[in-house]
Design a protein around this ligand. Sequence first.
Ligand SMILES: *Cc1c(COP(=O)(O)O)cnc(C)c1O
Length: 419
Amino acid sequence: MGLFDFAEGREGYYGKFGGTFLPEILHATIEELKACFRECKNDPSFWREYVELMQSYSGRPTPVTYLPNLSAKLGGAQIYVKREDLNHTGSHKVNNVIGQGLLCKRLGKKRVIAETGAGQHGFATATMAAKFGFDCTIYMGAVDVARQRPNVFWMENLGAEVVAVTDGQQTLKDAINEAMRDWVTNMADTHYVLGTACGPHPFPEMVSWFQSIVGLEAREQILAQTGKLPNKVFACVGGGSNAMGLFQGFLDDDVELIGCEAGGHGPESHQHASRLAYTDASLGVAQGYKTYFLQNEEGNMNETHSIAAGLDYIGVNPIMAYLWEQGRVRFDAATDDEVRDALRLVMSTEGLIPALESTHGFAKALQEAAKMNKDEIVLINMSGRGDKDIFTVADALDDNKWKHFISQKAAQYAQEKNS
Ligand SMILES: *Cc1c(COP(=O)(O)O)cnc(C)c1O
């Protein structure tokens, strides 16, 4: 079962999920993008150029690391992690933006725009734009601009214009709407670098294709290191891009695939971002595509919550929704508390610092690994690193010494201003 055999008949549909639901005015632009994507996919030299660039610019292939201490401590399956945290900009997001950068060059466009919530995707896009020489505008909710200063700092210093969106709740959803408005106005010279494997076709399939580099590498690496395939593969799921990336390496194998969503304060709380593991979500059309959304009966989107900003999203990749419906991918959710505990355990036993997003995958994998046999293998996608998110992680761990340091820093700046 190859991934893109799913689109039976209707291009861009995976069972009942997917599609392209966009205003008529974007028709020509999206058709141009679809045609360019098909051309790139059918051209082996495009993929070769992509892989070579990822090797020289982002350190690929990222390793698969064995975690002996943690495996021994839990007493069950042998635990391995795919190290997407070692990429340039600290996560798998660079795989997508570099791919879209190459595609943008082929489209002959000179300007890129992107939406960003926590700022990770905006940061990666600004990096790519600087490298390729594109003009770059990043749309970010004003609330997010205020609370994610470190990423805004980097985007601006990389040469991007960061627009603080003051509509609505001033967060990711409003940033997406504003980016769409820009695209409609400037489509002749502008490519919209969507941040995850969601939105209208061809984005879910295109972003999944770029991320498949993760799974292709990982399958070879785990076979070379252990002589066999893993029994279970875990990845966290926000929009679904890092999970689609790793899972594609094992879709045709007898390997169990588990997507780990943001359980927030738990299933009864309604304060979470779990579309498939919990039962709050329903089928709908929004943001250009059809999938399970966290929405109310009128189709208005719910407020979501997660300890990890990157998982805090209302929809889910339509291919993933289809794989779930078919029983090929199982879904589970880790709560904020489970994530905090797993992060402490992984840091102290292995000296690894997974991003809070990635730690959702660890939390579920560690619970299941403990109950497995010693000759079984678990593979986890470490989609990003936590040390670049020191502000968020320090908040999550509620570290008092950090708070003291920050208030001293603030006092020092206030004094400099007054003198
Ligand atoms: C953005 C992000 C995610 C969530 O996005 P997906 O598209 O679901 O992969 C996960 N991990 C990290 C480190 C991220 O930055």
